[in-house]
Design a protein around this ligand. Structure first.
Ligand code: FE2
Length: 183
């Protein structure tokens, strides 16, 4: 979902739905704005967007941590290929260069795993691609989690996705110590 209008005083943006983590998340991913390294094949996808509160306020310094399979459906079980996090800027914006992952059994959809955290509990979810027909047969697909994939004239694909998360305070047990372990 991409937010185009700020909510009015009385309406709130819907929170980004959470979804399964799956078995392949690994701690310790590097910070970077591109998951493309030598040897990574597959269609390139430039993803960008914002992290917002339900009132549409940008969240700076939020962590956005992506991991995905390669273009044959394999996850890196030893290191952090196709796994990395970035941090939103003062306007709540992030960007990450990646690939369109493959689909693998038992899933029907190409999907991009992601964890997002501001001063908040961790949101774990996954994103889907509008140019992947398999998403419609996938049991976890939600339209709210779809990236509208466009193609530039040079063939590069790009898309945007805005996350909406609730910010909490220390009374909710979010402390400096708990935030320090968030990636
Ligand atoms: Fe997965």
């Amino acid at each position: 979902m991409t937010v185009t209008d700020a909510p009015s005083d009385t309406s709130l943006l819907p929170l980004t739905p959470s979804q399964i983590e799956g078995p392949y998340f690994r701690l310790g991913a590097p910070r970077r704005e591109s998951l493309i390294e030598p040897g990574i094949t597959g269609e390139r996808l430039l993803l960008s967007g914002r992290v917002l509160t339900p009132r549409g306020k940008p969240i700076a310094n939020a962590y956005v941590n992506f991991w995905m399979s390669d273009d044959e459906g394999n996850y890196d079980m030893l290191g952090h290929h196709l796994h990395g996090y970035t941090v939103t800027d003062a306007d709540g914006r992030y960007k990450m260069e990646m690939i369109e992952p493959a689909c693998y059994e038992p899933r029907q959809a190409k999907h991009i795993h992601v964890k997002v955290q501001g001063v908040s509990r961790m949101l774990t979810t996954q994103l889907f691609l509008s140019d992947d027909e398999g998403r419609l047969r996938d049991r976890w697909f939600l339209p709210e989690l779809e990236i509208n994939v466009q193609e530039q004239s040079n063939g590069t694909k790009y898309g945007t996705f805005d996350f909406v998360i609730e910010q909490v305070t220390e009374k909710d047990n979010v402390t400096r110590a708990s935030l320090a372990g968030r990636v």
